[in-house]
Write a protein of this length. Structure first.
Lengths: 761, 435
């Protein structure tokens, strides 16, 4: 094994891997390009057969320059994160050292710098790609360190031999001494080391205590701070919600009466915030707290116990929705409308339910990944929404109507009313309500007509027009361009409904339509952010209407399945697992795992069907029967264990003195040899046949040579001896099994040999 | 060969390896940062580092379990020349290979030795550094042999006490050390130089009676006598005339040539005076046997010139040993007598065993005690090697006198520093306590 060359190759790969990981973590492709190029150049200049390291005259100023740049960046520019600056400094220092002459100390320094770079990158990123690189780095680093250790010993030995040799005497060359099979044994040892390290690391990872409040996870915010499309305010002249990136933010698993829904082609509206107030000056939708009566109910979800918002028993089909939310900086909990109960075991902060908005929010911003499960009736039974008012905390407020959802928008020239009229005419709904066509049914039909009108006469586009400084985006959308994004559609429906006198509000949330078949969940990305409307009807409560053309938005948001879709699904599934169990591992998960282990141990110790359970039961019962305390019992147990240890040691020594182990070893050896001879019994039979013929193999002759000699002496009689001997070689030395075919062949040859020898007689 | 059990149970201990302390500090730093930031990847990193520590503690235990080392030393060594010490490592385990095994020698620590009842350590050490070697891989049930070179600095008996086997594989955080008690002794011959070609002819024993042949048959020189023909005899030696006369084959016997002889007298009786005088004479500008007015003190003796004390006694012994080897190589009969140190005189003989005995006697020569005159020099030595100066030519009695102070005149590869470093205290890798 060429230790030096193998180690240098591994070290360069490790340095390059750390640079790649850091550049990925800080999203700096330029850094990756420059550093990777310099790394390759260093290999070409220094490590190739004709390469030579650069003189110290260049290396030392290079290292000093890196340090000065770090100082300049930290104390003069002051616009850089300390960890980022240190990471860049580490990279440059490593690269400078790669160009120089390297001894053990320099190699150690490069490896330590590489490790520090990975630690800095670990602080910066928690993505699964980085995690994969980290795992590869750890594996590679382990092999590199093993090689480095051997190389250091080799170098030290060479230096010691050189120092020991008298002056003028050429030192002896250190020869790397290895036994047979060292390559695969080295790999096996490295694998064993890796497995043990990983197991210990897993135990340490679980055992280490975590902060209960996650109050110091500010860097988690940096990691999870994805620019989401969802927002609790909507600015119509801003960028559309659905124009975000494709990073997953929600993973939604839906069950219908306990049966998981694995359907594709379906879409679900995940309700986030309800916005009631439109500011014409800023063209912004927001929730105006002044216009709403305080109708917040507060509860804390503990240990997965559900919070029943509607405590009624009904036999309607329900959706059970489990949402894993990865939105840092957003305290809104997403629901499928309407929600009847919610449960979670990793939201430690109290959560609030506003009975008017029917919106769930966490009072403290979740810093980590949260998972919660809710139940929603597929079609709310009669009186469902009135049950919200029976929540004890807000019962004193009395019934809450749609206060704050009915201000009519300014209608210059009655154009909005004209639009409403056109929609009703198109839906063949009388403009004036008759005596028998009053109430919620008519309201529902009007709302549906308005929604249908928008769907059919307006075009969905993600491009946001330049509405101008004085123009109202809604009017521009409704009367001029007639195209826009989902916020404009939702705003238009709400304003048209309010013009007609119906209470209405804009809802922001997500539209889930992408189903991951491997994980069995819907993946919601920030580009799936959506807005729609809810219109209040007296009997039905708040009814959802999505005026955005469904076919168009489905085509825009539902991904087309291609050949790489399964790979993407696998990646996202693993990424979710990575985020859940590695990055998002917190105090609750730790407590769950430890409780699970304790439970398993408890089961094992109390299971009367196993010997362990019976033993522990006997120990407990023995203490009760002896009527002694735990202290005395423990002392007796310790004394008993000590006595057993002493007896075992004495027994071992006596056995060693009497040579019992040697005799046992010899016995086992004899048994093994006997079994071995049993496997080649046909050969013994052949030897016995030949012995009867007076043919015995001389001591210095191999069996095959003996067989060949026999056949040469009398081919007709001893012909089967050679194939029998070859068969013996296969079984005895070739480690071939004496299977059925070989056994039958041996029997056949033996019979032949016996017949030939007998015939002669 | 079936490997069953280890023959001897060694003494074992575990200690921090190189950089182990720094590694622990780095792990603690990562833990602090991880706890502060609650970053799970840092917890994983810390877990891996703890795992590495655990592996580094356990793996050397497993790797050195069931391993035996046996030292194989040569019969003798030569001062200043490389002497290989071989180690036979046997892995008695039936599974699991060992990696990165470092083998070195161990002696006592301090004057009392590493055992309370052990030998007293000698100073300066006979070996300038501790012999060590390494084996990268030793598989289960395998036996390998490794060689550690060492350069003995002085003649005498080199004692080995224990073999130290250690490994810090895989990460070097902890080091596991086994100490095998095995005592060996190697006799180190004096430093041997290449004697100049003309010296032997100058110092050989002149046969003043002019006889060059021995009075023994078996050679090809001159007629010695007749005897019966033997079947192996060449036809050239048949005396045909006498054979025709007697009717039987008769062979002639010729005398053998007399081999050259050297009777070597090693005079160490004036080793102190001559050493002191020769050490300061060059500076005083004196010649001959005149001593300076102010006799040198022990301090001036130690610090003359380059700070090393030229040990003319050892040089004289080395010169004598070199002459013995060179003379044997050229077929001389050699004899040796030593004055000033206890040594049995050797009569003039030729033979490898004879040469070896002389070299062993020179190697064991004890010059640390008082000068003894119990053994007088032979009456007519061929050459006298003394610690002082010599003239290199024969004196009136036909005796050549060689002085250790003029080694460069007699040998071609003399190195002043090498001779000095043989006695200079140098760093020993194990606390300077080599025997």
């Amino acid at each position: 094994m060429n230790l030096q060359h193998s180690f240098r190759r591994l070290m360069y790969v490790q340095v390059l891997l750390a640079v790649v990981a850091f550049a990925l973590a800080v999203k700096a492709p330029g850094l990756l390009l420059v550093a990777g190029g310099l790394c390759a150049l260093a290999w070409y200049i220094v490590e190739t057969p004709k390469g030579r390291p650069l003189p110290q005259l260049i290396i030392v100023p290079g290292a000093m320059g890196s340090f000065l740049w770090l100082m300049f960046e930290l104390f003069y520019l002051r616009n850089s994160d300390v960890i980022l600056a240190m990471g860049r400094f580490t990279i440059w220092l490593q690269l400078v050292m790669l160009f120089g002459h390297k001894r053990v100390r320099e190699y150690s320094l490069i490896l330590v710098l590489s490790l520090m770079l990975m630690i800095a990158a670990s602080v910066q990123s928690n993505s699964m790609v980085f995690g994969t690189l980290l795992v590869i780095y750890c594996l590679l680093g382990m092999v590199t360190i093993l090689m480095f250790h051997l190389k250091v010993v080799d170098d030290q030995m060479g230096a010691a031999w050189e120092a020991a040799a008298p002056s003028g005497t050429p030192p002896a060359t250190v020869k790397v001494i290895t036994g047979p099979g060292y390559r695969w044994q080295f790999r096996g040892t490295a694998t064993l080391v890796g497995i043990v390290c990983a197991m210990v690391a897993a135990v340490v990872f679980v055992v280490l205590p975590r902060a209960a409040e996650n109050s110091r996870q500010d860097f988690a915010g940096l990691r999870f701070n994805k620019s989401v499309g969802f927002s609790t305010t909507i600015r119509l002249t801003g960028a559309p919600l659905a124009g975000g990136s494709s990073e997953p933010v929600l993973h939604v698993t839906i069950r219908e009466n306990g049966v998981p829904i694995r359907g594709e082609g379906r879409s679900w509206l995940l309700r986030g915030a309800a916005l009631n107030s439109y500011d014409r000056r800023n063209q912004t939708w927001r929730r105006d707290d002044q216009m709403l009566i305080n109708a917040d109910a507060v509860s804390t979800l503990r240990d997965g116990a559900p919070w029943r918002l509607v405590d009624v028993s009904y036999d309607v089909p329900v959706w059970e929705v489990t949402i894993t939310q990865r939105l840092a900086g957003v305290n809104t909990l997403f629901t499928i409308h309407p929600v009847s109960q919610i449960a979670s075991n990793n939201i430690s902060a109290p959560i609030t339910f506003n009975t008017v908005d029917q919106q769930l929010t966490a009072q403290v911003l979740p810093k980590n990944m949260v998972t919660y499960t809710m139940v929603s009736p597929q079609s709310p039974p009669e009186g469902f929404f009135s049950q919200y008012m029976k929540i004890p905390q807000i019962a004193s407020y009395g019934p809450q109507g749609p206060v704050g959802y009915t201000p009519r928008p300014p209608d210059t020239g009655g154009r909005l009313r004209g639009l409403v009229r056109a929609a009703l005419v198109e839906a063949k709904i009388p403009l004036q309500a008759s005596a028998e066509d009053r109430g919620s049914q008519r309201d529902l039909r009007v709302a549906a007509a308005l929604c249908e009108y928008l769907i059919h006469h307006y075009r969905y586009e993600l491009t946001n027009d330049n509405f101008g400084f004085l123009n109202d985006p809604l009017e521009t959308f409704l009367f001029e361009t007639k195209r826009g994004h989902c916020e404009l559609f939702a705003t238009a429906l709400v304003q048209l409904a309010r013009t007609h006198g119906l209470p209405a509000r804009v809802i922001t949330g997500f539209r889930a339509s992408e189903f991951n078949r491997l994980g069995g969940h819907y993946t919601v990305r920030q580009s799936d952010a959506h807005a729609w409307a809810e219109i209040y009807c007296d009997d039905a409560g708040w009814v959802t209407f999505d005026p955005t053309p469904p076919a168009v938005i489905a085509a825009a948001t539902t991904p087309v399945r291609t050949w790489y879709t399964p790979a993407m699904e696998i990646y996202e599934y693993l990424e979710l697992a990575w985020s859940s169990f590695v990055v998002g591992f917190d105090a609750e998960k730790r407590a769950q795992i430890i409780a699970g282990i304790q439970h398993v141990i408890h089961l094992m110790l109390n299971d009367q069907t196993t010997w362990m359970g019976r033993t522990f039961t006997w120990i407990r019962e023995f203490r009760v029967a002896m009527d002694i305390g735990w202290g005395t019992y423990s002392m007796i147990a310790v004394a008993g264990v000590c006595v057993v240890i002493v007896l075992v040691q004495v027994g071992r020594r006596l056995c060693a003195r009497w040579g019992l182990w040697d005799r046992l070893a010899a016995r086992f050896h004899a048994i093994r040899m006997q079994r071995q001879s049993g496997a080649v019994r046909f050969h013994n039979a052949m030897i016995e046949l030949l012995r009867r013929e007076g043919r015995v193999r001389p001591p210095g002759q191999s069996p095959l040579r003996f067989a060949v000699k026999l056949v040469q002496s009398d081919p007709m009689r001893f012909g089967p001896v050679v194939p029998l001997t070859e068969l013996y070689y296969e079984v005895r030395y070739g480690e071939r099994p004496l299977d059925e075919s070989r056994q039958s062949r041996a029997d056949h040859l033996l019979t032949q040999l016996e017949q030939r020898l007998t015939r002669r007689e | 060969m079936m490997l069953t059990r280890m023959p001897v149970k060694p003494r074992s201990r575990t200690r921090f390896g190189r950089g182990g302390f720094i590694y622990c500090l780095l792990s603690a730093l990562i833990l602090i940062v991880g706890v502060h930031m609650q970053a799970n990847l840092l917890f994983w990193t810390f877990g891996l580092m703890v795992g590495s520590m655990v592996v580094s503690l356990l793996l050397p235990l497993m790797m050195l379990h069931g391993i035996s080392v046996r030292r194989i030393v040569p019969e003798h060594g030569i001062a200043g020349q490389m002497m290989p010490i071989r180690y036979e490592l046997v892995n008695y385990r039936s599974w699991f290979a060992s990696f990165g095994l470092v083998i070195s020698e161990g002696w006592g620590r301090g004057a009392e030795g590493w055992r309370h009842s052990g030998p007293v350590a000698e100073y300066p050490p006979r070996l300038p550094t501790v012999p060590q070697t390494w084996v990268m891989h030793l598989g289960a049930g395998q036996t390998v042999e490794a060689t550690a070179p060492c350069w003995p600095g002085r003649r005498g008996m080199l004692r080995f006490e224990k073999v130290v086997l250690s490994t810090s594989f895989p990460f070097g955080i902890f080091q596991r050390v086994l100490e095998f008690d095995q005592t060996d002794e190697v006799l180190i011959y004096p430093r041997l130089y290449r004697v100049r070609r003309t010296l032997l002819s100058q110092v050989r024993d002149p046969d003043l009676r002019g006889r060059q042949q021995m009075n023994q048959a078996g050679g090809h020189e001159e007629f010695y006598g007749l005897r019966e023909y033997r079947p192996q005899d060449s036809i050239k030696v048949i005396d045909w005339r006498r054979s025709a006369r007697t009717g039987k084959f008769v062979s002639k016997e010729m005398t053998r040539p007399r081999p050259p002889k050297i009777m070597l007298a090693l005079d160490l009786s004036d080793r102190y005076d001559q050493t002191i005088a020769l050490a300061i004479l060059p500076r005083a500008g004196a010649t001959g046997s005149a001593l300076p007015e102010n006799p040198p003190t022990a301090e001036t003796f130690r610090n003359n010139g380059n700070g090393h004390r030229p040990n003319y006694t050892e040089r004289a012994i080395s010169l004598a040993a070199s002459l013995v080897c060179e003379a044997h190589h050229h077929g001389f009969q050699i004899g040796l007598a030593v004055q000033g140190a206890p040594c049995t005189p050797f009569p003039m003989r030729y033979g490898l065993s004879h040469r070896t005995k002389i070299l062993e006697a020179l190697a064991r020569l004890d010059v640390s005690n008082q000068i003894t005159d119990a053994t007088p020099l032979p009456a007519a030595p061929s050459v006298v090697v003394r610690t002082g100066r010599g003239d290199g030519s024969r004196n009136g009695a036909g005796i050549a006198v060689l002085g250790a102070a003029q080694m460069a005149q007699y040998v071609s590869d003399f190195n002043e520093d090498a001779g000095a470093s043989a006695t200079a205290p140098s760093k020993s890798a194990d606390g300077g306590a080599a025997p």
